[in-house]
Write a protein that binds this ligand. Structure first.
Ligand code: MIC
Ligand code: SF4
Length: 638
């Protein structure tokens, strides 16, 4: 008797023991990339000398960098399109939708595995598959047919009972889970949803939950493949992809929690963390300046229809700006055909294209000190583009109700039609291009924004460097390598990108590193939470960072640090964090001995004290570090 997570892992296991905490390797059936991480992933695929991808299906999406102010984004698109065509990868054109939404609709398959260079790849696990976010290099390796190495997760059973009340949404379910587990409570865990409450949750609602499970730091979240899944696949003309996948009756879990859906109330994640959860009724009446409906969390058909039903015949408050970005072209077309798009426009909404847009700071930054209600998944400091703004993460129902009221409004207190017509049939893959049948004739287009991959040197046995920054808990990859319209165009240009590292924490971090010949980063708990962007390891590597000493790490970022030759070290005694200051000179010795002894002694020359740090690395991780990163390691083996 096994739970669903273990069943799928078992059927894909090639190495290791399925014991929580042990390293395992699994085969990845599918991969996805998006443009902001994809350029690096494909350059790495090229560097590995891979001709045709070895997966069942690999898709390259364009959804993040579509502003195109300047040639940079378009250069990236041209490179990605040509590289996909040459190497056997499907290419989803800009405008076709956000990677996770399109993948869910067109490619996600029960029982399969998917690895994606975006932390919200678990969205597709709503369809009964194991979908995991990772750094681009790990995705490139999967495309090359190399199994994915991860730590066997613990499985948390979230049993859902009851039924959501009028005005309460799937977003409120995941906010409740975040309230219980916090942004670091999910590390090395999979959240498996079961219970009779499932039967009333559609695939898009399930996808909201698996999507935002990323904010728990979880490896992934999963729903069974059941009748609801079958109906969804039928509506996508993919009934043949349906296979029932459920946990065995009476199976066991490492942890269990029960949520009665009938008792949930609308909630918001308050600035600046997805787990800073508060009931909307406690925020009611607070003035709202901006409302944004969209992102890969909440831009499915039902989400937008519910918002449209609330907005029908109404006008948004004069001081509010409302933007709507449907998650995919398919959803947009359904709204066009059933008139809901007209409802939005009539109510005063500004319609954006089907991309990430404001979620990643690509426009629509709020005003100074503005209050922005967003149906997104992250409200990290600075991510919206306005440092002083307060970003609240809410459901589409709360967003729409508040846009009309001009203040936080609890949607359970207003009347609107809860039911609406089922989505009409609309499937059109004309914006998904198949790879070339003559790959040898395809030329890869490299415009001036496509810069060669930076190289790293092999690791030295002794690291003697200064602490170039000391950081608090929960530092996100948005702090390390910020996104937004100003920085994102340089994702394929690491030299330029490195000038923005930690720009919201300290002035001129890049110059500090250059003046000190690199350095060491010191941080608190959950360092590197959030996105999968390997730029948060690659740019520090470029600046000469050799080690990060933290109280704990987020899963994907830790793997990215190893991949780029930076040692992730954890304090053996967390109080030692308090004894280190900015610009202290630290000496770490015997790094070559890591495979025999995971504990390293650090001598703080400035304070004349020593302390110990632990590394939790596999033997291969140590070899990768010694080589100066995974690419050097792979090259040395060839
Ligand atoms: C995000 O939501 O932070 C992103 C932008 O989608 C990232 C990927 C990136 O930085 O390109 C993610 O979630 O991994
Ligand atoms: Fe795009 Fe936002 Fe989803 Fe990241 S979280 S993939 S930026 S919509």
């Amino acid at each position: 008797m096994e739970n669903l997570t273990r069943k799928i892992i078992r059927s894909h296991l090639v190495k290791g023991e399925m014991k929580a905490g042990s390293p395992i390797e699994i085969v990845m059936d599918q991969t996805l990339t998006q443009d902001a991480t994809g350029t690096m992933a494909y350059m790495q695929l090229e560097a590995m000398g891979v001709d045709q991808v070895k997966t069942e299906k690999s898709i390259s999406y364009i959804d993040h960098n579509t502003l195109q102010s300047g040639y940079m984004n378009a250069d990236d698109h041209a490179y990605l399109q040509s590289v996909a065509s040459k190497h056997g990868i499907y290419f989803s054109k800009p405008g076709n939708g956000i990677c996770h939404q399109v993948h869910l609709e067109r490619f996600a398959k029960p029982g399969k595995t998917l690895i994606g260079s975006d932390s919200h790849t678990p969205t597709s696990s709503a369809m009964g598959m194991i979908a995991i976010g990772a750094g681009g290099l790990d995705v490139a390796k999967a495309m090359a047919g190399i199994p994915y190495r991860l730590v066997m997760p613990e499985v948390v059973n979230v049993k859902l009972t009851g039924k959501l009340q009028h005005g309460v949404s799937a977003k409120d379910i995941i906010l409740e889970v975040l309230r219980i587990f916090t942004v670091k409570g999910g590390v090395s865990k999979v959240f498996e949803y079961t219970g009779e409450g499932l039967k009333n949750l559609t695939i898009y609602q399930r996808a909201t939950i698996t999507n935002m499970g990323a904010e728990l730091g979880a490896t992934t979240s999963i729903f069974p493949a059941d009748e609801v899944t079958k109906e969804f696949l039928k509506s996508q003309d993919r009934e043949e992809d349906y296979v029932e996948f459920k946990p065995d009756e009476g199976c066991t879990y490492d942890y269990a929690v029960e949520i009665d859906l009938s008792t949930l109330k609308p909630m918001a994640a308050c600035p600046n963390s997805p787990d800073a959860v508060e009931y909307i009724e406690n925020l009611a009446g607070k003035k709202v300046d901006q409302v944004a409906i969209g992102s890969c969390t909440n831009s499915g058909y039902e989400d937008l229809m519910k918002a449209a039903k609330i907005l029908e015949g109404k006008t948004i408050a004069p001081h509010v700006s409302l933007v709507v970005s449907p998650g995919s072209r398919q959803v947009m077309m359904k709204l066009v055909k059933n008139g809901a798009l007209a409802t939005f426009i009539q109510a005063g909404a500004r319609i954006l294209e089907c991309t990430c847009g404001p979620c990643i700071g690509m426009g629509q930054s709020p005003k100074s000190d503005g209050v922005s209600l967003r149906t997104f998944n992250r409200n990290f400091y600075g991510r919206s583009g306005t440092l002083s703004a307060g970003v609240y993460l809410v459901s589409p129902e709360t967003a729409a109700a508040s846009a009309i009221a001009g203040v936080f409004c609890d949607p359970t207190t207003i009347a609107y039609e809860d039911t609406f017509e089922a989505p009409m049939h609309y499937v059109d893959d004309s914006m998904i291009l198949a790879p070339s049948t003559n790959p040898e004739e395809v030329e890869i287009i490299r415009g001036p924004n496509i810069k060669p991959l930076p190289q790293n040197d092999a690791m030295s046995d002794t690291i003697d460097k200064k602490v170039v920054i000391k950081l608090e808990d929960n530092i996100t990859t948005d702090h390390i390598a910020p996104a937004g319209a100003k920085v994102l165009p340089y994702r394929s240009n690491i030299e330029k990108l490195s000038t923005f590292v930690f720009e919201n924490n300290i002035e001129h971090f890049d110059e500090i590193c250059k003046a000190n010949n690199g350095g060491i980063i010191v941080a608190g708990e959950n360092y590197g939470q959030g996105s999968s962007r390997e730029h948060a390891a690659l740019a520090p590597m470029y600046l000469g960072i050799k080690a990060v000493i933290a109280k704990s790490f987020a899963r994907i970022h830790k793997a990215n640090l190893v991949n780029f030759g930076i040692i992730p070290c954890e304090f053996e005694n967390k109080e030692d964090y308090d004894k280190i200051d900015f610009m202290d000179d630290l000496v770490i010795e015997n790094t070559y001995n890591l495979s025999n002894d995971p504990v390293l002694t650090v001598f703080n020359k400035t304070k004349n004290i020593t302390f110990k740090v632990i590394t939790t690395l596999s033997a291969e991780d140590v070899e990768i570090l010694k080589a100066g990163g995974a690419l050097n390691f792979i090259r040395n083996q060839q």
